[in-house]
Design a binder for this molecule. Structure first.
Ligand code: ADP
Ligand code: MG
Length: 406
């Protein structure tokens, strides 16, 4: 299963975290070897429990986390997300398999090395804010540095900077109880940022927050990430959250990975029926890109005649004139071209191109532009004509994704 993820890797990005073949069995020590043998043979979770009394937490989990990405580990409750995350910094000891972080074999570290490694490499943010109630926000945020033995002055200055980053400036002296849930979680995030670890492990960090605040936090994290370029492993049971964070997704079920890829991959090429059902209620408009729905557009060079333009149009009703850089300069309808002298210049027959849509944006972003036009020019990153998007293509794409409830 995990091969799928690796196959999708272009291989050029730096791998920060390599998770390889992680299996975790929870249970009585004497029963573990038998349970592990069963797990390796593919025996079901239920059967392993029935035969050995052990719980299969993870089975053969492998994936990479690349430098600077937000990787979302997703799945229903009990699917093994937290166990996976905890194996990365070895809060949980895997029964088989291993994790490498920046080339360091985490499972080979001695106890003292492991503690130092954890503090240096990882910032953690949990669902429970875990702030000390009697400490100020400043002291809470500086806690990780205090543990590291950083002196008071430096500690406070770094804590203040982190507090500023998460938008809590002015609350340095407040107690946690004086802050809303969202603000407390921002303090939790600041505490992770203050230690300056560049890998953040976030376990359902926003799950306890009200939906609106939660969406706000997701946006803030994305904005923060744009500036800070941390490497983030974010555990969530919420597909919409995974989409909002915008990164690659590792979808887990019963302790194993069912599929890895972008939300678009999961939606357009689900590995199995489970994935298809999982994404059935996805916010399709927020996932499908303009590029995934567009079709080829007739590009009519600025100097073309009406006859040449018609030939370029093929069967299309409308085409786009382009400037010397290939950027849309106008739109021209078949009837206009057909009604004109074949040798007449096409340019003057064109109307302004109207709103254009960028190929890499989502349909949700593009809809306002597309809504009022029969055909919309799609442009690439350089503004060049890349295709055309029609209302009917959007409707067809949506219709293909609407699945009956099951
Ligand atoms: N310390 C533990 N002892 C026994 N079973 C555990 C322990 N931690 C997790 N599990 C079990 O392992 C499975 C995966 O748990 P977890 O990783 O916490 O799932 P998730 O975070 O996706 O909800 C669950 O069945 C859970 O009950
Ligand atoms: Mg969990």
């Amino acid at each position: 299963m995990s091969d799928r993820i690796h196959a999708a890797d272009p291989g050029t990005e730096t791998t920060r975290i390599a998770v390889r073949g992680l299996t975790k069995i929870f249970g009585e020590a004497h029963a573990l070897p038998g349970a592990l043998a069963l797990a390796e043979r593919g025996t079901s979770r239920e059967e392993i429990l029935a035969q050995t009394g052990c719980i299969l937490g993870l089975r053969d989990v492998s994936f990479d986390v690349r430098e600077g990405e937000v990787l979302v580990v997703m799945g229903l409750s009990g699917s093994g997300k937290s166990t996976t995350l905890r194996c990365i910094n070895r809060l949980v000891e895997p029964s088989a398999g291993h994790v490498t972080v920046d080339g360091v074999e985490v499972n080979g570290l001695g106890e003292a090395e492991l503690l130092a490694f954890r503090r240096r490499k990882f910032g953690m943010v949990f669902q429970q804010f875990a702030l000390f109630p009697h400490r100020s926000i400043l002291a809470n945020v500086g806690y990780g540095l205090e543990v590291q033995g950083v002196g008071r002055e430096e500690r406070e200055s770094r804590a203040r900077a982190a507090i500023e980053q998460v938008g809590l400036a002015g609350y340095e002296n407040a107690r946690p109880a004086q802050l809303s849930g969202g603000m407390q979680q921002r303090a939790g995030l600041a505490r992770a940022l203050a230690v300056d670890a560049d890998i953040l492990l976030m376990d359902e960090a926003f799950s306890a927050l009200d939906p609106l605040i939660r969406r706000d936090m997701q946006r803030q994290l994305v904005a923060l990430q744009d500036r800070l370029h941390k490497t983030i492993v974010f555990v969530s049971h919420d597909l919409d959250e995974a989409i909002a964070l915008g990164g690659r997704i590792v979808l887990m079920k019963d302790g194993a990975i069912v599929q890895g890829g972008t939300a678009l991959d999961l939606l357009t090429a689900p590995a199995d029926d489970y994935v298809a059902r999982f994404v059935a209620h996805i916010d399709v408009l927020g996932v499908l890109t303009v590029a995934s729905c567009m079709h080829p557009a007739a590009a009519i060079p600025a100097g073309a005649t009406a006859g040449e333009a018609l030939a370029r149009l093929g069967v299309a009703d409308e085409g786009f004139t382009v400037d010397s850089h290939g950027r849309p300069s106008g739109r021209v309808a078949r009837e206009r071209l057909a009604a004109a002298e074949s040798g007449a210049p096409a340019g003057p027959l064109a109307d302004p191109p109207g709103m254009v849509a960028a190929a890499d944006t989502t349909l949700r972003t593009a809809l306002p532009a597309v809504g009022g036009q029969g055909v919309t020019a799609v442009v690439d990153g350089d503004g060049r004509l890349a295709g055309a998007l029609t209302q009917s293509a959007i409707i067809a794409a949506l219709a293909a994704r609407v699945r009956p409830d099951s």
